[in-house]
Design a protein around this ligand. Structure first.
Ligand code: GDP
Length: 631
């Protein structure tokens, strides 16, 4: 085995309803990949024979686990298995009572997931609950295994029905599984080898699929986050110890310690039992010394100047509660976030979601065991944190109740004003005769301004998508506004009709208003049919002249579908001749030739459409780390 192979490693998690075959599947994986310790399989077959019971692959897993727990013969390496391509680690063991807790708290993290559903029982409560957790944790690579196909006569119909039902569920929570595979873990059907019994299945085996999973992106490329575990004093030196959670740190780097915003420069990087070097990357536990002694302590997070994080006493989160007692508003809890420990309380519960059926309730004052909730949390002292989608390690936390981890959460947003402690320092703002520059606004907002122009037929879903995007970005603390075509016609454009000239003027005014907003740092979403290419091109020109990013989004629901929806009954009126110049019926709609983004809103939910817009927009408005204004 060469070094390269050792490095290529993927962490997988195997989830699913109890008894749907997770342990059996793992046993089978080990067997088929020849990973078992010599003689182990034969030993267990022998034991089963002596006891007069059938051999169970699931027992293999239990026996390895037991040995691992006792630390005899089997070391942790043996929960690894290999294919030709690389090594895999199965994180934790299903059935283990800490399993779910470890996943949600981040004690264990996975790059990919297999979710098992037994063909004879179909989608069950935990199938849904675990699917929801995967979505919450942002695990994007999900393969669904429909197990125990032998119990349903290898029926394609059963498989297809389960696939359709579960796909529909996953769609609602924004998870797009890579594929569904029919298997029988006990027999090894489609695990390592294709089987004739399911000749209707033309996809890959589990092992081939595994090797298709992508490796995680190393967090070294992310902004630096080095939470301090401890500060040691040796002679006159002080060594700050911690684990680099993300990014890279080098000797000579100027560091800012959040949330207190103290700065100093890295003098040396120390390692236990190995010589000091001038660089350390994510995943390494190191000590650093500084050129200038400053008072920092456990819990402070070192980062580079110019990479914004939050220093805040309030944040938004999605919380999974598993405490014996329900979580209640206003009760003080201990919260742990990296090495920070602080007191906090839930200020508001916005929504409680039952993960098994996705029903939501907006009026609860408590969060019961196994519920997921969207909450606002208030802390007693300022805390350094990031949103989970930006930096996972500083974007999640756990809540302790009765001395136990009782909940885990991911951070979805914080007030924009709290971005990077020092970004708000007046000394860093350049006031120009009380005129705030665009750079100042970027600095304050931590994102650039932009105009996102949603065009499409009436009823295509532009406003709904715009509203959803607005809400999501607002929650993230971004500066966002919507200029809605209908709303504009109530005021700014109330004197305009629907002739081509009036439509052009309508678009010109809207574009100018959007420009003003974007210049003041807003991401301005425009939701307007804007049927003519030339008008949209003019809007783009207005922005380009002002150096504002213009993103054209085509909400491309076809006419027939829009007419079927007809939310405002306008198509009906247009068909009846009661409405003149109605786009699609009696006036043209010129489809964008090269939109920046095409959203087929007839095939996606509003949330999915919004997610695509958000991904696209976030990438465009992000401040380049290199050119970022300093904190
Ligand atoms: P877990 O709770 O998800 O880990 O499920 P187990 O792996 O313990 O399996 C539960 C039961 O289902 C055991 O009795 C297994 O032998 C059985 N089982 C697992 N896979 C298959 C399969 O492919 N076919 C059949 N017929 N039974 C299976």
């Amino acid at each position: 085995m060469n070094t390269h192979e050792i490095l290529e490693q993927l962490k997988i998690v195997i989830v699913g309803h109890v008894d749907h075959g997770k342990s059996t599947f793992i046993g089978r994986l080990f067997y088929d990949t020849d990973t078992l310790p010599d003689g182990k399989y034969e030993q267990l077959v022998d034991i089963a024979k002596k006891r007069g019971v059938p051999f169970e692959f699931a027992n293999l897993m239990d026996s390895l686990q037991a040995e691992r727990d006792q630390n005899i013969t089997v070391d942790t390496a043996q929960i690894w298995f290999r294919t030709k391509k690389r090594q895999y680690v199965i994180i934790d063991a299903p059935g283990h009572k800490e399993f779910l807790k470890n996943m949600i708290t981040g004690a264990a993290s996975a790059d990919a997931a297999f979710l098992l559903i037994a063909a004879n029982e179909g989608v069950q409560e935990q199938s849904r609950r675990h699917g929801y957790l995967l979505s919450l944790l942002g695990i994007k690579q999900v393969v669904v295994l429909v197990n125990k196909m032998d119990l349903v006569d290898y029926s394609a119909d059963v498989f297809n029905t389960i696939e359709a039902e579960y796909r529909a569920f996953l769609k609602q929570i924004g998870v797009e599984p890579i594929t569904f595979i029919p298997i029988a873990a006990r027999e090894g059907l489609n695990v390592a080898h294709k089987s004739k019994q399911t000749d209707w299945y033309t996809g890959k085996t589990v092992l081939d699929m595994l090797d298709d999973f992508s490796l995680p992106v190393a967090p070294d490329n992310l902004p630096l986050r080095l939470p301090l575990q401890d500060v040691y004093r040796f002679d006159h030196r002080r060594i700050l110890a911690g684990r680099v959670e993300s990014g890279t740190v080098k000797v000579g780097d100027k560091l800012v310690f959040a949330p207190g915003h103290k700065t100093s420069v890295v003098k040396t990087i120390e390692r236990w039992n190995s010589p000091s070097t001038d660089k350390a990357v994510a995943g390494e536990s190191i000590g650093i010394t500084l050129t200038e002694q400053i008072f920092v302590e456990r819990g402070d997070v070192a980062m580079h100047e110019g990479t914004s994080s939050y220093a805040t006493t309030q944040f938004e989160a999605k919380l999974f509660w598993m405490g014996r007692l329900p979580l209640s508003i206003g009760k003080k809890y201990k919260i742990k976030l990296t090495s920070q420990e602080f007191e906090g309380e839930v200020l508001a519960i916005h929504k409680v979601i039952d993960a098994s059926n996705l029903s939501t309730s907006t009026s609860k004052l408590e969060i019961a065991k196994n519920d997921v909730a969207e909450v606002t949390i208030k802390t007693r002292v300022p805390v350094a944190l990031d949103t989970y989608d930006r930096i996972v390690e500083t974007g999640r936390f756990v809540i302790v109740d009765q001395r136990e981890v009782a909940g885990g959460g991911i951070i979805t947003g914080a007030p924009a004003a709290s971005i990077a402690s020092a970004e708000n320092k007046p000394s860093n703002l350049t006031y120009n005769k009380s005129t705030i520059t665009y750079e100042d606004r970027i600095q304050r907002n931590s994102h650039k301004g932009a105009v996102v122009w949603l065009t499409g037929l009436s009823g295509a879903g532009k406003s709904a998508v715009a509203n959803e995007v607005e809400k999501e970005l607002f929650i993230r603390g971004m500066h966002i506004s919507v200029l809605d075509g209908d709303n504009l016609r109530f005021g700014l454009c109330s004197n305009l009709g629907f002739s081509p000239e009036d439509r052009s003027e309508n678009i010109r005014r809207t574009a100018q208003a959007a420009k003003l907003l974007a210049e003041t740092g807003f991401i301005c979403l425009v939701s307007l049919i804007s049927p003519y290419r030339s008008d949209r091109a003019r809007a783009r020109e207005i922005m380009t002249e002002a150096s504002i990013d213009f993103i054209e989004v085509y909400v491309s629901t076809p006419l027939a579908e829009c007419e079927k929806r007809d939310p405002k009954k306008l198509y009906q009126k247009a068909r009846a001749g009661e409405l003149k110049d109605f786009t699609g019926i009696s006036a043209p709609y010129e489809v964008p030739e090269k939109p920046d983004l095409d959203i087929p809103s007839d095939q996606l939910s509003i949330k999915e459409c919004a997610a695509r817009v958000i991904d696209f927009v976030l990438a465009r408005v992000e401040i380049d780390a290199q050119t970022d204004v300093s904190i």
